[in-house]
Design a binder for this molecule. Structure first.
Ligand SMILES: Cc1cc2nc3c(=O)[nH]c(=O)nc-3n(C[C@H](O)[C@H](O)[C@H](O)COP(=O)(O)OP(=O)(O)OC[C@H]3O[C@@H](n4cnc5c(N)ncnc54)[C@H](O)[C@@H]3O)c2cc1C
Length: 334
């Protein structure tokens, strides 16, 4: 394997994992990120940080599960703060059929009773008499995890430049991870808005993400650091980032409250909405155009897929390897 000069465009979770993986393999990596402040223009800043390959099977292809399981191993190897505590799905008694449906649509879970729910999450004892427990799932707290990726990539020798769009390094390979901004080259990309809120309370302790099912859409609560919980997320065909609608805020807040009434006393830290980059089939793609590679369409799975996609791209750069389910050859003039 010979050392290659590689330019990565975009420092969201996708670009940073590419940088880390390729720098650790000994390549000469430069990252050009448009915004001067890290993550100021990144969808990655809005994520919950769930690594939930089995839960996602409910609405995604097996490919997401398989890449996601590999990613969890890579997160755990690289980032010791990865929380490998699994995740829980709960429901109100009136929505029990939803839980049955979810169980049929997904693998990797065990059906547990109320006592076991209480063992895993004492704060939820007596609140839910049945749940699905996905022991192999994991989560990261996105802010610290992204900061870690920046430092780890730099530590591996990558040159990360914030506030620089064009870096003239005459690269052997360019890896484009610009998220939705890459639509100039990938016209099929669309944005899918996701709203979320952050709340803080010392009254509730959770070890793992918990999803509360209800017939319209599942809402989850992810425990972050410092008593902060992320409550998310909507999925709306719109490209407006920023503000959260009253309706969505009500739904997110009432879900948190339904999960545990003590969330009613929590402090609201932040409302916000990010826009997920997605292809029409909501599957990720590695588009190869000669020495230009586009890694995009991570949709609601950026943290879940970025490490595995970085590994596949590195194998392509080093050995010409390809993965037919993800790689697309594209000979368009750009
Ligand atoms: C509310 C919400 C919750 C989510 N929860 C989860 C979750 O729990 N788990 C999960 O796996 N995923 C989750 N996601 C999805 C995840 O956030 C995205 O899939 C992921 O952030 C996409 O990452 P990316 O690196 O492709 O794009 P981005 O994070 O958008 O990064 C693209 C970067 O490219 C930069 N850029 C743009 N143009 C240029 C240019 N010309 N030159 C240089 N740089 C440029 C941008 O500034 C940006 O920093 C969630 C998303 C939302 C909105």
């Amino acid at each position: 394997m010979s050392k290659k000069k590689i330019l990565i465009r975009g420092a969201g979770v996708a670009g940073l994992w590419q940088a880390l993986m390729l720098a650790r393999r000994g390549h000469d990596v430069t990252v050009a990120e448009r915004t001067a402040a890290p993550f100021a223009g990144a969808c990655s800043a809005y994520a919950g940080g769930m690594l939930a390959p089995y839960c996602e099977e409910e609405s995604a292809e097996p490919l997401i599960r398989d890449l996601g399981l590999r990613s969890i191993a890579l997160w755990r190897e690289a980032y010791p703060q990865t929380q490998a505590a699994g995740s829980l799905i709960v429901t109100q008694p009136r929505d029990r059929r939803e839980l049955d449906r979810y169980a049929r649509m997904t693998e990797g879970h065990e059906r547990i009773n109320g006592n076991r729910v209480g063992d895993l999450e004492p704060e939820l004892a007596d609140r839910f008499s049945v749940a699905l427990y996905y022991a192999q799932e994991a989560h990261v707290v996105p802010g610290p995890a992204l900061d870690f990726l920046v430092e780890a990539a730099r530590g591996a020798g990558a040159d990360l430049r914030f506030g620089e769009e064009a870096v003239d390094t005459k690269p052997d390979w360019t890896i484009d991870c610009r998220g939705l901004a890459a639509r100039d080259a990938l016209p099929e990309l669309r944005g899918v808005r996701g709203e979320r809120l952050l709340i803080r309370t010392e009254e509730v302790r959770l070890e793992r993400p918990v999803r509360l099912l209800h017939p319209r859409f599942p809402i989850y609560v992810v425990p972050w650091d410092d008593n902060v919980f992320m409550v998310g997320a909507t999925q709306i065909e719109s490209e407006e980032a920023g503000a959260v609608s009253v309706r969505s805020a009500l739904e997110l807040l009432s879900t948190a409250y339904a999960l545990h009434p003590a969330f009613g006393e929590a402090e609201i830290v932040e409302f916000g909405a990010g826009v997920r980059p997605a292809f029409p089939d909501n599957l990720p793609r590695v588009v190869v155009n000669g020495r230009e590679i586009y890694v995009n369409g991570l949709f609601r799975h950026g943290f879940l897929l970025a490490p595995a996609l970085a590994e596949l791209v590195a194998a392509h750069v080093d050995e010409g390897a390809s993965h037919p389910e993800v790689f697309v050859e594209d000979r368009l003039e750009r």
